[in-house]
Design a protein around this ligand. Structure first.
Ligand code: FAD
Length: 415
């Protein structure tokens, strides 16, 4: 007999389901597809222990001008989407002001601090060690100004948050990653992060763990969710299922699902692309490398090298636009010997974002027995297991291992 339905089987939903099942709940995990086939499939695969500072909206005029005039490939926007995005983006900009941002970092860091240890727990339980590398990742620099500013910030992160890194000059970088073909002025090596050679396969491994714990997975549509008595019911391929409690973990589709329930959360999507290339013998990377001044990342994956792009501000369902991925591919091919494209079309996904850069984790303000876990933006792969544990602890009345109050949905109510 099901007692909890979790809707959405991305990294977040699967981790919530595992942690509830571990605590004795009988959980039904529902998705319209196999687990881990959407955003959690196509990301860069970095468990970002270093990401104590969530991605802020640029505040400097020069940077804003560069984005507004569409110079650079790291950020792209679709003009037709701007009217709908204006309000959440304005709030994002407002929250990125130094004083407010410092407070957000202090709260966000409480989640990020547990990212490796919580994944380590699930990786061991799932037997997924073969998907993981522990060599950190690199930020590459083409200009000394950018390098020195980032080095200074990294020293602050070490001092304030215990995040470890190594500062490399051009020669040390060339030694670490000999396949890079363009001399750089240096790199920051974040040494704490782990990386996943196939993020979709990690979610699959976690979903298998969930099943081994006694959980059930079904195909179904969150659009059929409705209240039934004090609980919830939803239609799946196996028929109508009901449960006392439900969790929405629908990533970028949470906006639509919560709107149906009467919420008006200022959620938006930061879309992103990837393309994979055949691995060339002289094009091997030991760890992911972010070409920080060009706004794309190259990551060694099981299939080959994956190129991921920065943010595209567009409607969630807008057609694919290859401007960013095609433009960055040209730059990336100068940096690393990439073989043939492995797929006909690029992969497109959407980072589920909130204007204060923090996920929503906790009780639904206006509905009994309904819980939320979404809005993880750039760090959903990183934070899935942390969110899973934090929400399960709240739902089962345990003392939460992290203060959940900064992540409550209540902060977006009534504004
Ligand atoms: C290019 C790119 C690179 C990234 N790199 C990283 C990285 O290196 N590290 C990191 O930590 N994060 C990274 N991210 C962010 C990360 O991928 C996301 O934050 C994370 O995958 C979100 O997980 P989720 O479970 O919330 O959403 P999803 O994985 O999208 O899961 C939501 C699920 O809900 C299901 N669903 C939707 N609607 C319905 C419905 N009506 N009925 C039933 N099911 C439904 C979907 O099928 C899906 O399985 C990156 C993102 C992008 C786009």
């Amino acid at each position: 007999m099901t007692d909890t339905i979790v809707l959405g089987a991305g990294i977040v939903g699967v981790c919530v389901a595992i942690h509830l099942q571990r605590r004795g709940r009988n959980v039904l995990l529902i998705d319209r597809r196999e687990p881990g086939r959407e955003t959690s499939y196509g990301n860069a695969g970095i468990i970002q222990r270093e990401a104590v500072r969530p991605r802020a909206f640029p505040r400097e005029f020069g940077e804003l001008f560069r984005i507004a005039t569409k110079r650079g490939l790291d950020t792209r926007y679709d003009l037709s989407a701007l009217p709908a995005l204006a309000s959440p983006l304005l709030r994002y900009w407002w929250n990125s002001a130094p004083v407010r941002y410092r407070r957000i970092v202090a709260q966000y860091e409480t989640l990020i601090a547990h990212s490796i240890t919580e994944h380590a727990d699930l990786i061991a339980a799932a037997g997924a060690e073969s998907l993981i590398e522990k060599k950190g990742f690199l930020l590459l620099f083409r200009s000394e100004d950018r390098r020195d500013a980032t080095f200074a910030d990294a020293e602050g992160d070490k001092r304030d948050f215990g995040v470890n890194s190594a500062q490399l000059d051009g020669a040390a970088l060339a030694q670490l990653e000999p396949a890079l073909r363009i001399p750089m002025v240096g790199a920051l090596h974040w040494t704490d992060p782990w990386t996943v050679r196939d993020p979709g396969a990690l979610v699959t491994a976690y979903a298998e763990l969930f099943k081994r714990l006694g959980g059930t997975i079904a195909i179904g549509d969150a659009g059929t969710l409705e209240g039934k008595g004090a609980g919830w019911q939803v239609t799946t391929s196996a028929g109508r299922e009901s449960a006392a409690e439900a969790v929405l973990a629908l990533g970028p589709w949470a906006a639509e699902a919560t709107r149906r329930l009467g919420y008006r959360f200022p959620l938006f999507a930061k879309r992103g692309y990837h393309r994979e290339y055949q691995l060339m013998p002289d094009g091997r990377l030991e760890r992911p490398a972010l070409d920080s001044e060009r706004g794309y990342l190259l990551a060694p994956m099981r299939r080959g090298i994956r190129l991921t792009t920065g943010a595209e501000f567009a409607r969630l369902d807008a057609p694919l636009n290859q401007t960013q991925i095609d433009g960055t591919e040209v730059i990336a091919r100068d940096l690393l010997h990439l073989g043939d494209r492995l797929d006909a079309a690029p992969w497109l996904g959407a980072r589920p974002a909130t204007p204060d850069m923090k996920p929503i984790i906790g009780r639904a303000p206006n509905h009994a027995n309904l819980w939320f876990a979404f809005g993880h933006a750039h760090q959903g792969l990183t934070l899935g297991p942390v969110t899973g544990r934090l929400l399960a602890e709240q739902m089962t009345g345990e003392t939460p291992f992290v203060d959940p109050r900064p992540f409550s949905a209540q902060r977006f109510m009534g504004r």
